[in-house]
Structures are given as C-alpha cells and as structure tokens.
Design a protein. Structure first.
Length: 398
C-alpha cells in the first residue's frame, strides 16, 4: 500500500506539472498573438523623422540596460549568480496601432467607448506576489489608450458651454476613469484634451511621457507606474516573466563563431570570438545600442542631438520615429540661444547654406529605417520549475 501511495504521488505531481505547463503555454500563445495583432496594425512608418501633417502616430522602443548577458549594472550574468535565470525585462514598446478585426474598446467612466486606433504600451514591472524566494519575477502589462480626436459626450462636451472637448484631471490618475489618450491643454490649467495621431507624433503628448504640456525636451520616459489608478490588474497579460527582450534587426551586424557556436553582438562570448562567418553573411537581431565600439548604426549609442543617446553600459537606448515639429516649435531646443535654427532662413553655422541639415536643433536617436524586430518572452513556472519561451518576429513595410 505504501508503494502504491508513493507511486500515486509521483503520478499526481506529474499531472499537476503537466497541467501547469499546458496552461502557461496557452497564455504565452495568447500573448504572442495579441502582440502580433498590435504590430500588424502599426500606423507609423519606421522612417524617422515624421511630420505632424502625416497624421501617422508613432513607434518608440526603449532598450533598458538589462540584457541576456549583463544585468542593469553591467555585471556579467553567470550560472552561479542569484539572477541567473533572469534576463532582459526592462524593455518598453510604445506605438499607435489600428485594429483590423473590429474597434478597440475602453472604459468611459463606467461605460464603453470605441475607436479603430489606439496607443498601446507593452512593459514589465516587478510582480506584487513573488512565489520564488530570492527571485524577483516580473509581470507583463499591455496598456491600451484609445485615440479619439473628438469626444462629443459629457464631461468632454457640455451643451451651451465652452470650451469643449476637454476634461478636468491629472495624468496618470485620469486613466482610472477614461481609457483615452490625453495630453495637457496649453491654454487651460488643469484641463486635458484627447490626442489625435498627429498630436502623438510629438513625444511630450504620449503615454508615459511628460504629464504637463511642453515638457522639457526630449520628454524622457516617466510615470512607469499605475499611481493614482485602480485598474492595474486589468492590464496584466502574463505573470512570472523572466524576459521581455525586444531586439532590432541590424542588416550590417556581423556574427562571429565561438568554437562551433554562432554568437551575435549582444551575447556574452561575442567579444572573445574572433572567427567571422563567410563574407556575405550579415544581419541579425540584436539589442539596440549594444556595442560600445559602435560597429554599426543600430548597435551604436545614437545621435547626441536627440538627447537620448546611450551613455555607458548601464544606459538606455531609444528608437523613435521622432517629429519634424521640433524644428518649427518656437522653442530653443538645443540651448544655443537661436530658435529653430534650421527653419529661420539664416546661415547659423557659417557654411554659406542657410537652413541645411547641419543646423537642425534635434535629430532622431537613430535615423535609419527599422526593417524588423524580434520579441522574446520567457516565463518561469514555479510549480514545475520549468522555463518556456515564445518569440514574435515582425517585418515592417515602410
């Protein structure tokens, strides 16, 4: 009887582990499909910079300091370290997308609002509940804000009063009531107005960026929390995440050979591998800004005019479709005491060519068109102690 009970326990654990893995695999497939649908509907061409007049929205990728090879402080991740199974979880994807399968739906003060376009953000935050002692697992979120240029319903619209198409509130607290992409009104204190795709071309108007109008250029990422909201759980897509690794396709990057293994610029043994692949074998997916030697454009630190160039191994790199509006906004963005250098009709750099490209106040971090990205999502199942990964690759048609 003891042997039977022991055998029954073995089968029971195996069944529990199997069910846990099946459930995890199903959730990861659903997440991958949702991400693919968002990317298919991308509204912005990956050819920075974009003009507001194009009404194209935006695409932005924030590459955090963590990689599969190094932690956020630049320390090599080894099999004996406490973070051995953790990887790149600090990347952020933000972009505008158009649904081809029906309108996006969102909360409108307890009711429902719909739009064919939305601003979406994919990112990780440490999980509230940590099932594995000594290991900080992550939760993957997908935040969706509808792009509705005009809202003809109260409290945005009140008959017989003006101005209309605005609501009183603060960001991010307002997002607990309205799933609408909003920005601060520059003319009315404490008022928020809905964004259009044209508005979202500018970084300061986007989710996670400047909560006030005309936020200091270049409006770096802020408010990566749910402060002031009560809806955190509604945006969860995966728990127990150990990697949300977004990589860009670099057509100029060259792989190397370490023994019999092909390694790429963002991997641990790349710097020590000296053998190259045969001529003609170029191009691979890598972490944006991963090379301190700046061997290629996308592996380099980025243009300093953007003020988003990567600094040091623990810095962040940003790919942004940018906006040409910074050259005509009436603001001295580069601090040289000259406003809108490249559009003021003056030869400001003394090369006898007024308003040439060298006079621009700003520039995209990376001006090279982006051809494709790869997103690796990896999860750890505490029940079976197994790891599962799904990979999403998407090619852009610019």
């Amino acid at each position: 009887m003891g042997a039977v009970a022991s055998l029954f326990g073995v089968f029971s654990r195996a069944s529990t582990n199997s069910q846990a893995i099946v459930g995890l695999s199903s959730r990861m497939r659903s997440t991958a499909n949702r991400l693919r649908q968002d990317l298919v509907g991308l509204t912005a061409p990956l050819t920075p910079p974009l003009s507001r007049e194009s009404d194209a929205g935006y695409f932005e990728l924030i590459e955090g300091p963590w990689t599969d090879a190094f932690d956020g402080s630049g320390n090599l991740i080894t099999g004996s370290s406490t973070t051995a199974i953790l990887a790149d979880t600090d990347d952020v994807l933000l972009f505008t997308t158009r649904s081809s399968t029906g309108p996006f739906e969102g909360n409108y003060a307890g009711n429902q609002i719909e739009s064919s376009t939305a601003e979406v953000a994919w990112f990780c935050r440490p999980s509230t509940t940590q099932p594995v002692p000594g290991l900080q697992l992550q939760t993957l979120y997908r935040r969706q804000l509808l792009v509705v240029g005009y809202v003809g319903a109260p409290p945005f619209y009140v008959a017989g009063s003006g101005p209309n198409n605005q609501v009183a509130g603060t960001i991010p607290a307002i997002y607990s009531t309205y799933d609408i992409s909003l920005r601060s009104d520059p003319t009315v204190s404490g008022a928020l107005v809905p964004n259009t795709l044209a508005d979202l071309t500018n970084r300061e108007n986007r989710f996670f960026h400047g909560p006030t109008w005309a936020a200091a250029f270049p409006s770096t990422l802020t408010n990566l929390t749910f402060d002031g909201t009560t809806r955190e759980g509604e945006d969860v897509v995966l728990t127990n995440v150990i990697a949300f690794d977004v990589r860009v396709f670099d057509p100029d990057a060259t792989a190397r050979v370490n023994g019999s293994t092909v390694v790429y610029p963002n991997e641990q043994t790349y710097t020590t591998a000296t053998a190259l692949l045969p001529v003609g074998f170029t191009g691979c997916f890598l972490d944006l800004g991963c090379s301190t030697a700046a061997a290629t454009v996308l592996s380099g630190t980025g243009n300093s005019k953007s003020r988003l160039a990567k600094t040091g191994i623990a810095g962040t790199a940003t790919y942004d479709t940018w906006s040409t509006a910074y050259e005509t906004n009436g603001i001295d963005d580069d601090g040289d005491a000259i406003v809108d250098d490249a559009t003021n009709g003056v030869d400001n750099d003394g090369d006898n060519i007024p308003d040439d490209a060298d006079e621009t106040e700003t520039a995209p971090p990376y001006s090279r068109p982006l051809r494709a990205i790869e997103i690796r999502i990896r999860c750890y199942d505490p029940t079976s102690r197994e790891i599962r990964q799904t990979t999403v690759r998407h090619t852009f048609t610019n």
